[in-house]
Ligand binder design. Structure first.
Ligand code: ADP
Ligand code: MG
Length: 247
């Protein structure tokens, strides 16, 4: 597989009046074209910081982030940030609008995406008329429409209840694969990481250091809902990652 982002010896410390907080320490890894990569680690260890470094919004204290080729990243967050005074369609166009790139061709693409992923009939409704899952799908379509090829997902499902979360995370990962995007998902939910990812990177408590990585491959992988999670191979991965986190 082809690497498209290369992180080399990345460290970042926050400075405040209370002193220095090291958040990320000497982290190196590649992100491969088209993969679904998860970053797991204890709460507060530096996962969001790492994602923000990948996006280019935060500059590391040392180390380098190299984009190999011409790539654009975009965020999807826990809160969907849909604006209530705009229709679903007009929310989905927001990224393009901000890029001053909203033309008829792109408007049609947004319509196509909404239709393809079951929101066609809701295009001119308000966000409050959608379910939590549909709202996340609308937020994803906005991200997809912005023509980024690397999607950065920071705990995007953590505000949803368990049932909805299983369904929405399956749905969102299917769409990301179908659209052939590369995804980096930050989560503290080991099961979510295993069921969605091709590869899981396990980080230590703060400052985040890369402890180990797992390539995820088992026979029922990709099956929706609980069926993959009930597979003994799934439990095997779960135990291995749990042990790493606990060390
Ligand atoms: P995670 O996403 O894994 O929960 P974060 O990357 O958000 O962790 O934060 C890592 C550590 O850095 C935490 O201890 C947090 O309090 C601290 N931190 C995050 N952002 C800032 C900031 N802007 N200024 C100072 N400290 C910060
Ligand atoms: Mg975070």
């Amino acid at each position: 597989m082809k690497p498209i982002v290369r992180l080399k010896n990345i460290s970042l410390s926050y400075h405040s009046e209370q002193g220095e907080t090291p958040a990320v320490e000497n982290v190196s890894f590649d992100i491969y074209d088209g993969e679904f990569l998860s970053i797991v680690g204890p709460s507060g260890c530096g996962k969001s910081t790492l994602l923000s470094i990948i996006s280019g919004l935060s500059k590391p204290t040392c180390g380098t982030v190299e984009m190999i080729g011409n790539h654009k990243s975009a965020y999807m967050l826990q809160k969907d940030h849909l604006f209530e005074w705009r229709s679903v369609f007009s929310n989905a166009c927001l990224g393009l609008e901000l890029q001053q790139n909203l033309n008829d061709e792109n408007r049609n693409k947004v319509h196509e995406l909404l239709k393809k992923y079951g929101l066609g009939e809701f295009a001119f409704k308000r966000p409050s008329e959608l379910s939590g899952g549909m709202r996340q799908r609308a937020a994803l379509i906005r991200t997809l429409a912005s023509q980024a090829d690397i999607l950065l997902l920071d705990e995007p499902f953590s505000a949803l209840d368990y049932q909805t979360r299983l369904q929405v995370s399956d749905e969102i990962s299917r769409i990301i694969r179908e659209e052939k995007k590369t995804a980096v998902l930050v989560t503290h939910d080991i099961s979510e990481a295993i069921s969605l990812s091709d590869r899981v990177l396990v980080f230590s408590k703060r400052p985040a250091k890369l402890k180990t990585e797992f390539n995820i491959d088992f026979s029922s992988k990709g099956k929706a809902g609980l069926s993959a999670r009930e597979d003994p191979e799934f439990k095997n991965y779960f135990n291995k990652i749990w042990k790493e986190l606990d060390k």
